[in-house]
Write a protein that binds this ligand. Structure first.
Ligand SMILES: [Zn+2]
Length: 461
């Protein structure tokens, strides 16, 4: 690990324990944005974050109302003549179900074997804490940052960022910058430093199937009417073929084809399929034929059922034909695809294939556009140099399967080029039970971000 500067390193070393305590306190706030009962916790997380930002010397700190969970803004704008970086992260987290698969209580973080285990430990409270610590170390030792910095920490990323675009539109003027750093990503398999140059978009929907007016007796009515759960299962089964191709007409029309160079870049990434399979504990990898696992995961669109419910869930049997059945479905989208158009295609196809004995509603749960990062932007290059100097090896350039709709919004609404950064371990169980953060990544991430600010200031303007 290269030392950014001796005084910064000395400061970071001297304050490590306090920094970890601050991180753990942040993790103890159950800021689950998707569950209404946690609205007060989201606000508490925002207020705690605002206090921390103010305490380290950031200015114009504001818990900003959005109509939903608040957003936290702060800046430091005294680097005259230096470039301006807008750094985005999100303080909200995913729900914790299934709770019984956790080795710890999700919001009582434990530190063990160089890891912190807690919901949000990696996604995305780690990257927020890294940004906070990098700014703190620079302000404490130099009294200044090498760049102008604007921080935007959202509270609704894990619930489709419903109020973010309107907030960005209302704040375009004060968000002016040279680049947006979207700090919501991580490293590549093997914990290798990586820069995410492609992010998938998303289209989320619910399918509601209605049969008889209520649950009815399956002996009395069985054989006479359609069963909503059977019908829903048939609909879902028809959405994808055995070759893994999505069978919604027009679904692939706008997908930007991978070039030979894109496919060559994929093929050079170090990736052990067997290790990946074993880590997930699945009997085999699966997906669309004709593409490698990494291509399928980073550059091909998907359709997955995320949840399904209906009928009797208790112990033993209950002889009913249920009145209702529902499923949650998401599509990951790649460059070229538009979430609104994909939702329309999905809805129309579901309506077209619904059996005649039931009624169906397809409801949009929002979406986000995919993005591709400009690799030759000075910020991307400065970030690559910072990673190489810190970790002793050049970063990999990867396309991430996940979705960060804000990247597309920062591009299209605020007009900023976007570089995606982050230090989450690739197998950190984000969105899953036993989410964890690598403490070494947390610490080296701070050094790398300090280094990035210096590198970008030196030749980024
Ligand atoms: Zn995230």
């Amino acid at each position: 690990m290269t030392i950014p500067t001796a005084d910064v390193e000395a400061y970071l070393a001297a304050t490590a324990a306090r920094r970890l305590e601050r991180f753990l306190a942040f993790l103890r706030i159950p800021s689950i944005s998707g569950i209404p009962e946690h609205a007060a916790d989201c606000r508490r997380a925002a207020e705690q974050l605002a206090r921390d930002l103010g305490a380290v010397g950031l200015e114009n700190v504001e818990v900003s109302e959005t109509g939903g969970h608040p957003l936290v803004y702060a800046d430091w704008l005294h680097a005259d003549g230096a470039p301006t970086v807008l750094l985005y992260g999100h303080y909200d987290v995913q729900p914790v179900d299934p709770l019984d698969e956790w080795e710890a209580t999700p919001f009582e973080p434990i530190v063990r074997d160089g890891r912190v285990l807690a919901r949000g430990a990696s996604d995305d409270k780690s990257n927020i804490s890294i940004a906070l610590a990098a700014a703190e170390a620079l302000l404490a030792t130099r009294g200044a940052l090498p760049v102008n910095l604007k921080l935007v920490f959202e509270g609704e990323e894990e619930s489709s960022s419903v109020h973010l675009d309107a907030w960005l539109e209302a704040n375009v003027a004060r968000l002016a910058a040279d680049v947006a750093l979207v700090a919501d990503a991580g490293f590549f398999e093997g914990n290798l430093p990586a820069i995410t140059v492609g992010l998938r978009g998303i289209c989320a929907a619910e399918i509601h199937v209605r049969g008889p007016f209520q649950d009815v007796h399956s002996g009395v009515h069985g054989g006479a009417i359609e069963n909503p759960i059977n019908a829903l299962a048939a609909i879902i089964a028809a959405l994808k073929g055995p070759d893994g191709r999505i069978r919604i007409p027009g679904f692939y029309d706008d997908v930007v084809a991978l070039s030979e160079a894109d496919r060559a870049a994929f093929s050079t990434l170090p990736f052990d399929e067997e290790e990946y399979r074993a880590e997930l504990d699945v009997p085999a990898l699966a997906g669309e034929t004709g593409w490698t696992t990494l291509e399928r995961r980073g550059a091909r669109p998907t359709l997955d059922v995320n949840g399904i419910w209906g009928g009797f869930q208790g112990q033993g049997s209950k002889t009913i034909i249920p009145g209702r059945a529902s499923a949650k479905v998401t599509c990951r989208l790649v460059a070229g695809q538009d979430p609104d158009r994909v939702f329309t295609l999905l809805r129309d196809h579901v309506l077209a294939i619904t059996p005649p004995g039931v009624r169906v509603d397809v409801v949009s749960l929002g979406g986000g556009r995919p993005t591709l990062t400009p690799m030759d932007h000075p910020a991307t290059r400065a970030y690559a140099r910072a990673l190489e100097a810190t970790f002793g090896r050049a970063p990999l350039y990867v396309r991430e399967g996940g979705s960060v709709p804000v990247a597309a919004s920062l591009e299209s609404i605020v007009g900023l080029p976007v570089t995606v950064m982050g230090f989450m371990p690739p197998n950190g169980n984000f969105h899953a039970p036993n989410e964890w953060m690598d403490l070494a990544n947390l610490e080296t991430g701070i050094r790398a971000l300090v280094r990035f600010f210096d590198e970008f200031a030196a030749d980024g303007a």
